[in-house]
Design a protein around this ligand. Structure first.
Ligand SMILES: Nc1ncnc2c1ncn2[C@@H]1O[C@H](COP(=O)(O)OP(=O)(O)OP(=O)(O)O)[C@@H](O)[C@H]1O
Ligand SMILES: [Mg+2]
Length: 340
């Protein structure tokens, strides 16, 4: 009996491999951004979760030394995003400035120096005042020295989420990240497994089961890692099936790390209710959430805030929601938990 795990690092979702499999076409327009003399460009990278959008961007722009990476899950207002952009330009700013001060600083800092600004998971910013930020970035004085990379996995396109005037000054070049096939998923995961696991410790049928169940590489990586951690012999198909649910929980927990304790409580409320019924009304979710807050000694947030937080869970694909408008309660939602 031997532990199949040789080195867990290649199975970590933030591990950047030396080569990305089959994404050369998507990589090319990003690599072109680092050549200084081209006209400013706006790229819009779009595709389902776990298709390599973030890593392809990091990979292609590795050599560019003037880039500002903004994960909009955390920096979801114009103010926070501007602060993060300035951080990328080596300018730390305290709170208490006016938005226009920060805008002015961005203009100063991007004068004559080619800069790439990456707004990852931009949908979170567009829930707030992201449109104003995009409008500013596409119209600012130093526009010619700035390229924009917008990344989204939202099902609705960019056009319907921003104002017409913003879209027309943005005119983004769209780069689609098509979902991987089961075969491509296999190739990507087997490469990671080779680096992370002891020889002969993963049965082909086990990996085939994973790659036919999910084509989200992040889910696959969590699954492989959890399977390896929970056996001290060969990883078999039946072991992989046994840990399927738990592995997805690990993936979800990792996603939720970027958010607040209240996002986690809300998600826990939905998971608990999902055991009892398939489609869950928002009213029930809020009640269960309040009970959980009491149990954990947390203050409860307003329904308004919780409604935003539910939208966040929907954007990261942990839940699906169907909206109903009208009636005495205004907008209500039927929520379904997404599972593997
Ligand atoms: N073509 C590929 N070759 C090797 N590894 C890949 C490839 N595509 C994705 N991965 C790996 O899959 C994981 C998920 O990739 P990434 O985070 O870039 O996806 P994403 O599309 O940004 O997902 P999300 O929308 O959830 O943010 C990473 O560990 C990444 O290294
Ligand atoms: Mg990403």
């Amino acid at each position: 009996m031997t532990d199949p795990l040789k080195d867990p690092t290649p199975l970590q979702p933030n591990y950047l491999p030396e080569n990305l499999y089959n994404r050369q076409e998507e990589q090319k327009p990003l690599e072109n951004l680092t050549s200084d003399n081209s006209a400013p460009q706006n790229l819009f990278l779009h595709g389902p979760r776990g298709t390599g959008k973030t890593h392809v961007t990091h990979f292609a722009l590795e050599k560019s030394d003037r880039k500002c990476y903004v994960p909009c899950t955390q920096h979801d207002t114009q103010y926070k995003a501007l602060k993060q952009i300035l951080r990328g330009l080596n300018e730390e700013v305290n709170d208490g400035h006016h938005t226009s001060d920060l805008q002015r600083k961005v203009v100063e800092k991007t004068k004559a120096v080619h800069t790439v600004i990456i707004l990852d998971d931009i949908d979170f910013l567009l829930l707030n005042d992201g449109d104003d930020l995009l409008y500013f970035l596409t119209r600012m004085e130093t526009r010619n020295s700035v390229d924009l990379v917008l990344i989204s996995s939202n099902h609705t396109g960019l056009k319907s989420q921003i104002e017409e005037r913003t879209y027309s000054s943005l005119q983004p070049q769209r780069i689609n990240f098509e979902p991987y096939t089961a075969e491509e998923t296999y190739q990507i995961l087997v490469e990671r497994a080779r680096k992370a696991l002891v020889n002969q410790s993963l049965q082909k049928a086990a990996l085939t089961y994973i790659t036919s169940t999910t084509q989200n590489i992040s889910v696959g990586l969590h699954w492989l890692k959890h399977a390896a951690e929970t056996t001290d012999s060969v990883i078999t198909e039946s072991h992989v099936q046994q840990v399927q649910k738990k592995a997805y929980e690990k993936y979800a927990a990792n996603l939720l790390n970027r958010f607040t304790e209240h996002h986690r409580l809300l998600y826990q409320a939905i998971r608990e209710l999902d055991v009892e019924e398939n489609t869950i009304k928002t009213g029930k979710i809020y009640t269960r959430y309040e009970e959980l807050c009491k149990a954990y000694n947390e203050n409860t947030l307003s329904k308004r805030r919780l409604s935003d937080y539910l939208k966040h869970l929907e954007l990261v694909d942990l839940i699906e929601a169907e909206y109903h408008y009208g009636g005495s309660k205004g907008k209500t939602r039927d929520v379904n938990l997404v599972t593997l």
